[in-house]
Ligand binder design. Sequence first.
Ligand code: ZN
Length: 445
Amino acid sequence: MNSQLPTWIKSPTPKHGFLCFLACLAVMVTLHAAENDSMNALAERYVKLVLALGQHDADYVDAYYGPAEWKKEAESTQRPLADIDRDAAAVATALVAAQPAQSAEEIVRLRHEYLTKQLSALRARVSMLGGKTLTFDEESKALYDAVAPTHTESEFDAVLAQLESRLPGQGSLSDRFDKFRSQFIIPKDRLDSTFKTAIDGCRSRTLAHMALPPGESFVVEYVTNKSWSGYNWYKGNYHSVIQVNTDLPIFADRAIDLACHEGYPGHHVYNLLLEKAFVRDREWVEFSVYPLRSPQSLIAEGSANYGIDIVFPKAERLQFERSVIFPAAGLNPAGVDDYYAVLSLVDRLSYAGNEAARRYLNGEIDSAAAARWLERYGLYSPPRAEQRMRFVDQYRSYVINYNLGKDMVARYVEERSNGGADAARRWDVFTSLLSSPRLPSGLTR
Ligand SMILES: [Zn+2]
Protein backbone atom coordinates (compact mmCIF):
# COMPACT_ATOMS: atom_id res chain seq x y z
CA MET A 1 0.00 0.00 0.00
CA ASN A 2 1.33 3.43 -1.00
CA SER A 3 -0.32 6.56 0.29
CA GLN A 4 1.54 8.85 -2.14
CA LEU A 5 -0.69 9.27 -5.20
CA PRO A 6 0.98 10.39 -8.46
CA THR A 7 0.22 14.05 -9.31
CA TRP A 8 -1.84 13.15 -12.40
CA ILE A 9 -4.63 11.71 -10.29
CA LYS A 10 -4.69 14.64 -7.84
CA SER A 11 -7.59 17.00 -8.53
CA PRO A 12 -8.78 20.35 -7.12
CA THR A 13 -12.09 18.70 -6.16
CA PRO A 14 -11.47 15.71 -3.95
CA LYS A 15 -14.69 13.92 -4.95
CA HIS A 16 -14.00 14.25 -8.70
CA GLY A 17 -10.41 13.20 -8.09
CA PHE A 18 -11.49 10.08 -6.29
CA LEU A 19 -13.92 9.10 -9.06
CA CYS A 20 -11.18 9.71 -11.64
CA PHE A 21 -8.85 7.52 -9.59
CA LEU A 22 -11.45 4.72 -9.50
CA ALA A 23 -12.05 5.00 -13.24
CA CYS A 24 -8.29 4.88 -13.96
CA LEU A 25 -7.92 1.93 -11.64
CA ALA A 26 -10.75 0.08 -13.42
CA VAL A 27 -9.08 0.69 -16.80
CA MET A 28 -5.73 -0.52 -15.45
CA VAL A 29 -7.28 -3.66 -13.95
CA THR A 30 -9.11 -4.40 -17.22
CA LEU A 31 -5.94 -3.89 -19.27
CA HIS A 32 -3.96 -6.06 -16.90
CA ALA A 33 -6.59 -8.82 -17.09
CA ALA A 34 -6.59 -8.64 -20.91
CA GLU A 35 -2.78 -8.90 -20.99
CA ASN A 36 -2.94 -11.87 -18.64
CA ASP A 37 -5.59 -13.54 -20.82
CA SER A 38 -3.49 -13.10 -23.94
CA MET A 39 -0.39 -14.48 -22.19
CA ASN A 40 -2.45 -17.41 -20.91
CA ALA A 41 -3.59 -18.18 -24.45
CA LEU A 42 0.04 -18.15 -25.68
CA ALA A 43 1.07 -20.28 -22.69
CA GLU A 44 -1.53 -22.88 -23.63
CA ARG A 45 -0.21 -23.03 -27.19
CA TYR A 46 3.34 -23.41 -25.80
CA VAL A 47 2.29 -26.36 -23.60
CA LYS A 48 0.62 -28.07 -26.56
CA LEU A 49 3.75 -27.52 -28.68
CA VAL A 50 5.93 -29.12 -25.98
CA LEU A 51 3.58 -32.10 -25.83
CA ALA A 52 3.59 -32.36 -29.63
CA LEU A 53 7.39 -32.32 -29.74
CA GLY A 54 7.40 -35.01 -27.06
CA GLN A 55 5.97 -37.34 -29.72
CA HIS A 56 9.25 -36.95 -31.65
CA ASP A 57 11.69 -37.11 -28.71
CA ALA A 58 10.96 -39.60 -25.92
CA ASP A 59 13.11 -37.73 -23.37
CA TYR A 60 11.67 -34.31 -24.13
CA VAL A 61 8.67 -34.09 -21.77
CA ASP A 62 10.18 -34.61 -18.35
CA ALA A 63 6.98 -33.79 -16.44
CA TYR A 64 3.42 -32.90 -17.34
CA TYR A 65 0.44 -32.59 -15.06
CA GLY A 66 -1.82 -30.22 -17.01
CA PRO A 67 -5.11 -31.22 -18.67
CA ALA A 68 -4.98 -34.92 -19.65
CA GLU A 69 -6.89 -34.27 -22.90
CA TRP A 70 -4.04 -32.07 -24.21
CA LYS A 71 -1.66 -35.01 -23.90
CA LYS A 72 -4.14 -37.36 -25.58
CA GLU A 73 -4.55 -34.83 -28.38
CA ALA A 74 -0.76 -34.70 -28.92
CA GLU A 75 -0.62 -38.49 -29.03
CA SER A 76 -3.46 -38.87 -31.48
CA THR A 77 -2.53 -35.92 -33.73
CA GLN A 78 1.20 -36.69 -34.10
CA ARG A 79 1.92 -33.24 -35.53
CA PRO A 80 4.83 -33.21 -38.01
CA LEU A 81 7.96 -31.22 -37.06
CA ALA A 82 7.34 -28.59 -39.76
CA ASP A 83 3.86 -27.98 -38.40
CA ILE A 84 5.20 -27.64 -34.84
CA ASP A 85 7.84 -25.16 -36.00
CA ARG A 86 5.34 -23.08 -37.94
CA ASP A 87 3.05 -22.76 -34.93
CA ALA A 88 6.01 -22.08 -32.60
CA ALA A 89 7.12 -19.26 -34.92
CA ALA A 90 3.63 -17.77 -34.80
CA VAL A 91 3.60 -17.93 -30.98
CA ALA A 92 7.06 -16.31 -30.91
CA THR A 93 5.78 -13.43 -33.08
CA ALA A 94 2.74 -13.00 -30.85
CA LEU A 95 5.03 -12.94 -27.81
CA VAL A 96 7.05 -10.08 -29.32
CA ALA A 97 3.80 -8.13 -29.69
CA ALA A 98 2.85 -8.97 -26.09
CA GLN A 99 6.14 -7.65 -24.64
CA PRO A 100 5.30 -6.12 -21.24
CA ALA A 101 6.36 -2.56 -20.43
CA GLN A 102 9.66 -2.07 -18.58
CA SER A 103 7.56 -0.69 -15.72
CA ALA A 104 5.56 -3.93 -15.45
CA GLU A 105 5.90 -6.09 -12.35
CA GLU A 106 9.14 -8.13 -12.44
CA ILE A 107 7.29 -11.45 -12.32
CA VAL A 108 5.26 -10.46 -15.41
CA ARG A 109 8.46 -9.59 -17.31
CA LEU A 110 10.11 -12.82 -16.19
CA ARG A 111 7.10 -14.81 -17.36
CA HIS A 112 7.30 -13.25 -20.81
CA GLU A 113 11.04 -13.87 -21.01
CA TYR A 114 10.57 -17.45 -19.80
CA LEU A 115 8.03 -18.27 -22.51
CA THR A 116 10.13 -16.56 -25.18
CA LYS A 117 13.32 -18.47 -24.29
CA GLN A 118 11.66 -21.81 -23.66
CA LEU A 119 9.95 -21.52 -27.04
CA SER A 120 13.18 -20.57 -28.77
CA ALA A 121 14.83 -23.69 -27.26
CA LEU A 122 11.88 -25.76 -28.50
CA ARG A 123 12.45 -24.46 -32.03
CA ALA A 124 16.17 -25.29 -31.75
CA ARG A 125 15.28 -28.85 -30.76
CA VAL A 126 12.85 -29.10 -33.68
CA SER A 127 15.62 -28.00 -36.05
CA MET A 128 18.03 -30.57 -34.54
CA LEU A 129 15.47 -33.34 -34.99
CA GLY A 130 15.07 -32.11 -38.56
CA GLY A 131 18.77 -32.74 -39.16
CA LYS A 132 20.44 -29.43 -38.31
CA THR A 133 23.90 -29.88 -36.75
CA LEU A 134 25.09 -27.52 -34.04
CA THR A 135 28.44 -27.42 -32.29
CA PHE A 136 28.44 -28.30 -28.59
CA ASP A 137 28.49 -24.62 -27.58
CA GLU A 138 25.88 -23.58 -30.15
CA GLU A 139 23.63 -26.36 -28.91
CA SER A 140 24.02 -25.53 -25.21
CA LYS A 141 23.35 -21.86 -25.94
CA ALA A 142 20.25 -22.68 -28.00
CA LEU A 143 18.84 -25.28 -25.61
CA TYR A 144 20.10 -24.19 -22.18
CA ASP A 145 20.75 -20.48 -22.58
CA ALA A 146 24.40 -20.85 -21.49
CA VAL A 147 27.86 -21.78 -22.76
CA ALA A 148 30.31 -23.66 -20.56
CA PRO A 149 33.87 -22.30 -20.25
CA THR A 150 36.62 -24.30 -21.94
CA HIS A 151 39.46 -25.86 -19.95
CA THR A 152 42.81 -27.20 -21.05
CA GLU A 153 44.49 -30.46 -20.09
CA SER A 154 47.12 -28.53 -18.12
CA GLU A 155 44.45 -27.10 -15.80
CA PHE A 156 43.30 -30.64 -14.95
CA ASP A 157 46.93 -31.83 -14.71
CA ALA A 158 47.50 -29.40 -11.82
CA VAL A 159 44.66 -31.02 -9.85
CA LEU A 160 45.77 -34.52 -10.84
CA ALA A 161 49.25 -33.75 -9.46
CA GLN A 162 47.72 -33.00 -6.06
CA LEU A 163 45.76 -36.24 -6.19
CA GLU A 164 48.94 -38.14 -7.12
CA SER A 165 50.45 -37.16 -3.82
CA ARG A 166 47.29 -38.06 -1.89
CA LEU A 167 46.88 -41.45 -3.57
CA PRO A 168 50.43 -42.79 -4.13
CA GLY A 169 51.08 -46.31 -5.47
CA GLN A 170 51.29 -48.46 -8.58
CA GLY A 171 48.98 -48.34 -11.60
CA SER A 172 47.05 -45.45 -13.08
CA LEU A 173 45.73 -42.70 -10.85
CA SER A 174 42.17 -43.52 -11.90
CA ASP A 175 42.70 -47.15 -10.79
CA ARG A 176 44.11 -45.96 -7.46
CA PHE A 177 41.17 -43.60 -6.96
CA ASP A 178 38.77 -46.42 -7.80
CA LYS A 179 40.47 -48.71 -5.27
CA PHE A 180 40.47 -45.97 -2.62
CA ARG A 181 36.81 -45.24 -3.28
CA SER A 182 35.80 -48.89 -3.12
CA GLN A 183 36.23 -48.74 0.68
CA PHE A 184 33.20 -46.45 0.74
CA ILE A 185 30.64 -48.47 -1.20
CA ILE A 186 27.27 -48.71 0.51
CA PRO A 187 26.44 -52.45 0.79
CA LYS A 188 23.37 -53.35 -1.29
CA ASP A 189 21.42 -54.60 1.70
CA ARG A 190 21.89 -51.24 3.44
CA LEU A 191 21.25 -49.03 0.44
CA ASP A 192 17.56 -48.33 1.02
CA SER A 193 17.88 -47.66 4.75
CA THR A 194 20.94 -45.44 4.23
CA PHE A 195 19.20 -43.50 1.47
CA LYS A 196 16.09 -43.01 3.62
CA THR A 197 18.27 -41.77 6.48
CA ALA A 198 19.86 -39.26 4.10
CA ILE A 199 16.41 -38.14 2.87
CA ASP A 200 15.30 -37.53 6.48
CA GLY A 201 18.41 -35.40 7.06
CA CYS A 202 17.86 -33.34 3.90
CA ARG A 203 14.13 -32.95 4.49
CA SER A 204 14.32 -31.78 8.11
CA ARG A 205 17.04 -29.24 7.25
CA THR A 206 15.04 -27.96 4.27
CA LEU A 207 11.82 -27.66 6.29
CA ALA A 208 13.65 -25.53 8.86
CA HIS A 209 14.01 -22.84 6.14
CA MET A 210 11.24 -23.41 3.62
CA ALA A 211 7.48 -23.79 3.92
CA LEU A 212 6.41 -26.76 1.80
CA PRO A 213 2.77 -27.56 1.01
CA PRO A 214 1.19 -30.16 3.29
CA GLY A 215 0.99 -33.63 1.78
CA GLU A 216 4.08 -33.27 -0.43
CA SER A 217 5.71 -36.67 -0.86
CA PHE A 218 7.75 -38.97 -3.04
CA VAL A 219 8.44 -42.66 -3.39
CA VAL A 220 11.86 -44.17 -4.09
CA GLU A 221 12.39 -46.97 -6.61
CA TYR A 222 15.57 -48.87 -7.49
CA VAL A 223 16.12 -49.46 -11.21
CA THR A 224 18.80 -50.75 -13.60
CA ASN A 225 20.02 -50.26 -17.15
CA LYS A 226 19.97 -46.44 -17.21
CA SER A 227 22.55 -43.88 -18.35
CA TRP A 228 21.90 -41.71 -15.25
CA SER A 229 22.48 -42.41 -11.56
CA GLY A 230 19.21 -40.97 -10.25
CA TYR A 231 16.06 -39.35 -11.65
CA ASN A 232 13.14 -37.40 -10.26
CA TRP A 233 9.88 -37.89 -12.11
CA TYR A 234 7.52 -35.14 -10.97
CA LYS A 235 3.90 -36.24 -11.15
CA GLY A 236 2.09 -33.08 -10.02
CA ASN A 237 -0.06 -32.71 -6.93
CA TYR A 238 3.21 -32.23 -4.96
CA HIS A 239 4.28 -35.81 -5.61
CA SER A 240 7.43 -37.30 -7.22
CA VAL A 241 8.82 -40.72 -8.04
CA ILE A 242 12.57 -40.86 -7.46
CA GLN A 243 14.51 -43.61 -9.20
CA VAL A 244 17.98 -44.66 -8.14
CA ASN A 245 20.08 -46.62 -10.64
CA THR A 246 21.89 -49.58 -9.10
CA ASP A 247 23.84 -50.69 -12.22
CA LEU A 248 27.09 -49.65 -10.53
CA PRO A 249 28.09 -49.64 -6.84
CA ILE A 250 26.83 -46.58 -4.93
CA PHE A 251 29.37 -44.73 -2.79
CA ALA A 252 28.69 -43.24 0.63
CA ASP A 253 28.72 -39.61 -0.56
CA ARG A 254 25.97 -40.37 -3.07
CA ALA A 255 23.41 -40.91 -0.27
CA ILE A 256 23.30 -37.23 0.71
CA ASP A 257 23.98 -36.03 -2.84
CA LEU A 258 21.07 -37.99 -4.33
CA ALA A 259 18.70 -37.29 -1.44
CA CYS A 260 19.31 -33.54 -1.72
CA HIS A 261 19.57 -33.38 -5.52
CA GLU A 262 16.49 -35.45 -6.36
CA GLY A 263 14.51 -34.63 -3.20
CA TYR A 264 15.09 -31.83 -0.70
CA PRO A 265 15.76 -29.05 -1.70
CA GLY A 266 16.41 -30.31 -5.26
CA HIS A 267 14.08 -31.42 -8.04
CA HIS A 268 11.13 -32.48 -5.89
CA VAL A 269 11.07 -29.13 -4.09
CA TYR A 270 11.74 -27.05 -7.22
CA ASN A 271 8.87 -28.70 -9.07
CA LEU A 272 6.41 -28.40 -6.22
CA LEU A 273 7.27 -24.75 -5.59
CA LEU A 274 6.63 -24.02 -9.30
CA GLU A 275 3.34 -25.90 -9.10
CA LYS A 276 2.29 -23.96 -6.01
CA ALA A 277 3.47 -20.49 -7.10
CA PHE A 278 2.38 -20.60 -10.72
CA VAL A 279 0.13 -23.48 -11.76
CA ARG A 280 -2.10 -23.21 -8.68
CA ASP A 281 -1.81 -19.65 -7.35
CA ARG A 282 -1.68 -17.84 -10.72
CA GLU A 283 -3.06 -20.46 -13.12
CA TRP A 284 -0.01 -20.08 -15.39
CA VAL A 285 -0.37 -23.35 -17.25
CA GLU A 286 3.08 -23.27 -18.90
CA PHE A 287 4.61 -24.48 -15.64
CA SER A 288 2.57 -27.70 -15.73
CA VAL A 289 4.96 -28.99 -18.39
CA TYR A 290 8.71 -29.31 -18.09
CA PRO A 291 10.62 -29.81 -21.36
CA LEU A 292 13.92 -31.42 -20.45
CA ARG A 293 15.95 -29.89 -23.27
CA SER A 294 15.25 -26.30 -22.30
CA PRO A 295 16.84 -23.45 -20.29
CA GLN A 296 14.77 -24.45 -17.27
CA SER A 297 17.00 -27.52 -16.94
CA LEU A 298 20.08 -25.47 -16.11
CA ILE A 299 18.20 -23.88 -13.21
CA ALA A 300 16.82 -27.28 -12.18
CA GLU A 301 20.15 -29.14 -12.20
CA GLY A 302 22.19 -26.19 -10.95
CA SER A 303 19.89 -25.53 -8.00
CA ALA A 304 19.64 -29.25 -7.20
CA ASN A 305 23.44 -29.43 -6.99
CA TYR A 306 23.90 -26.14 -5.15
CA GLY A 307 21.10 -27.19 -2.79
CA ILE A 308 23.40 -29.91 -1.40
CA ASP A 309 25.84 -27.24 -0.16
CA ILE A 310 23.03 -25.12 1.23
CA VAL A 311 21.49 -27.96 3.21
CA PHE A 312 24.84 -29.28 4.37
CA PRO A 313 27.57 -26.64 4.72
CA LYS A 314 30.92 -28.48 4.70
CA ALA A 315 31.52 -28.92 8.44
CA GLU A 316 27.93 -29.99 9.05
CA ARG A 317 28.12 -32.45 6.15
CA LEU A 318 31.26 -34.10 7.56
CA GLN A 319 29.68 -34.34 10.98
CA PHE A 320 26.49 -35.88 9.57
CA GLU A 321 28.46 -38.36 7.46
CA ARG A 322 30.52 -39.40 10.52
CA SER A 323 27.68 -39.73 12.98
CA VAL A 324 24.75 -40.80 10.81
CA ILE A 325 25.42 -41.87 7.21
CA PHE A 326 28.60 -43.94 7.61
CA PRO A 327 27.17 -45.87 10.60
CA ALA A 328 23.88 -46.40 8.67
CA ALA A 329 25.91 -47.83 5.77
CA GLY A 330 28.04 -49.97 8.13
CA LEU A 331 31.19 -48.05 7.10
CA ASN A 332 34.01 -46.94 9.36
CA PRO A 333 33.45 -43.23 10.18
CA ALA A 334 37.22 -42.78 10.74
CA GLY A 335 37.60 -42.55 6.95
CA VAL A 336 35.26 -39.58 6.46
CA ASP A 337 37.80 -36.72 6.50
CA ASP A 338 40.24 -38.46 4.18
CA TYR A 339 37.45 -39.48 1.81
CA TYR A 340 36.03 -35.98 1.54
CA ALA A 341 39.44 -34.36 1.14
CA VAL A 342 40.03 -36.56 -1.92
CA LEU A 343 36.50 -35.98 -3.24
CA SER A 344 36.86 -32.20 -3.03
CA LEU A 345 39.91 -32.45 -5.30
CA VAL A 346 38.15 -34.81 -7.71
CA ASP A 347 35.22 -32.40 -7.80
CA ARG A 348 37.55 -29.84 -9.35
CA LEU A 349 37.84 -32.20 -12.34
CA SER A 350 34.09 -32.04 -13.08
CA TYR A 351 34.57 -29.75 -16.09
CA ALA A 352 36.70 -32.49 -17.68
CA GLY A 353 33.38 -34.20 -18.36
CA ASN A 354 32.22 -31.17 -20.38
CA GLU A 355 35.48 -31.16 -22.36
CA ALA A 356 35.14 -34.85 -23.27
CA ALA A 357 31.52 -34.28 -24.35
CA ARG A 358 32.39 -31.11 -26.29
CA ARG A 359 35.21 -32.77 -28.24
CA TYR A 360 33.14 -35.89 -28.88
CA LEU A 361 29.98 -34.08 -30.00
CA ASN A 362 32.03 -31.71 -32.15
CA GLY A 363 33.38 -34.78 -33.94
CA GLU A 364 37.00 -34.20 -32.84
CA ILE A 365 37.29 -37.56 -31.04
CA ASP A 366 35.30 -40.79 -31.07
CA SER A 367 33.40 -42.36 -28.18
CA ALA A 368 36.29 -44.62 -27.10
CA ALA A 369 38.71 -41.67 -27.04
CA ALA A 370 36.20 -39.58 -25.07
CA ALA A 371 35.86 -42.43 -22.54
CA ARG A 372 39.65 -42.57 -22.19
CA TRP A 373 39.66 -38.79 -21.68
CA LEU A 374 37.11 -39.17 -18.89
CA GLU A 375 39.27 -41.85 -17.26
CA ARG A 376 42.42 -39.78 -17.47
CA TYR A 377 41.17 -36.28 -16.67
CA GLY A 378 37.94 -36.97 -14.79
CA LEU A 379 39.17 -40.10 -12.95
CA TYR A 380 36.21 -42.16 -14.15
CA SER A 381 36.59 -45.93 -13.82
CA PRO A 382 36.10 -47.71 -17.20
CA PRO A 383 32.49 -48.82 -16.42
CA ARG A 384 31.60 -45.30 -15.23
CA ALA A 385 33.18 -43.75 -18.33
CA GLU A 386 31.14 -46.13 -20.48
CA GLN A 387 27.96 -45.18 -18.59
CA ARG A 388 28.83 -41.50 -18.96
CA MET A 389 29.26 -41.82 -22.70
CA ARG A 390 25.82 -43.43 -22.92
CA PHE A 391 24.53 -40.37 -21.03
CA VAL A 392 26.32 -38.04 -23.47
CA ASP A 393 24.83 -39.92 -26.44
CA GLN A 394 21.35 -39.60 -24.94
CA TYR A 395 21.45 -36.09 -23.45
CA ARG A 396 24.35 -34.41 -25.30
CA SER A 397 25.19 -30.85 -24.11
CA TYR A 398 22.81 -31.29 -21.15
CA VAL A 399 25.99 -32.18 -19.22
CA ILE A 400 26.76 -28.48 -18.65
CA ASN A 401 23.62 -28.03 -16.55
CA TYR A 402 25.18 -29.83 -13.57
CA ASN A 403 28.50 -28.06 -13.05
CA LEU A 404 28.01 -24.77 -14.90
CA GLY A 405 24.44 -24.68 -13.58
CA LYS A 406 25.67 -25.13 -10.02
CA ASP A 407 28.31 -22.43 -10.42
CA MET A 408 25.83 -19.96 -11.92
CA VAL A 409 23.20 -20.58 -9.24
CA ALA A 410 25.87 -20.36 -6.51
CA ARG A 411 27.12 -17.02 -7.86
CA TYR A 412 23.59 -15.63 -8.13
CA VAL A 413 22.68 -16.63 -4.57
CA GLU A 414 25.99 -15.70 -2.96
CA GLU A 415 26.19 -12.27 -4.58
CA ARG A 416 22.90 -11.53 -2.82
CA SER A 417 23.77 -13.04 0.57
CA ASN A 418 27.11 -11.52 1.52
CA GLY A 419 29.09 -14.23 -0.26
CA GLY A 420 26.84 -16.87 1.31
CA ALA A 421 27.88 -15.76 4.83
CA ASP A 422 24.37 -14.54 5.63
CA ALA A 423 22.83 -18.01 5.96
CA ALA A 424 19.21 -16.88 6.38
CA ARG A 425 19.43 -14.56 3.37
CA ARG A 426 21.10 -17.34 1.37
CA TRP A 427 18.11 -19.60 1.97
CA ASP A 428 15.68 -16.77 1.12
CA VAL A 429 17.37 -15.96 -2.20
CA PHE A 430 17.64 -19.66 -3.05
CA THR A 431 13.95 -20.27 -2.22
CA SER A 432 12.77 -17.32 -4.27
CA LEU A 433 14.89 -18.48 -7.22
CA LEU A 434 13.19 -21.89 -7.02
CA SER A 435 9.79 -20.17 -7.08
CA SER A 436 10.55 -17.94 -10.06
CA PRO A 437 10.55 -18.22 -13.87
CA ARG A 438 14.14 -16.89 -14.00
CA LEU A 439 16.31 -18.52 -16.66
CA PRO A 440 20.13 -18.84 -16.99
CA SER A 441 20.91 -15.56 -18.78
CA GLY A 442 18.71 -13.86 -16.17
CA LEU A 443 21.07 -15.06 -13.43
CA THR A 444 23.97 -12.99 -14.71
CA ARG A 445 22.17 -9.68 -15.20
ZN1 ZN B 1 19.05 -33.74 -11.69
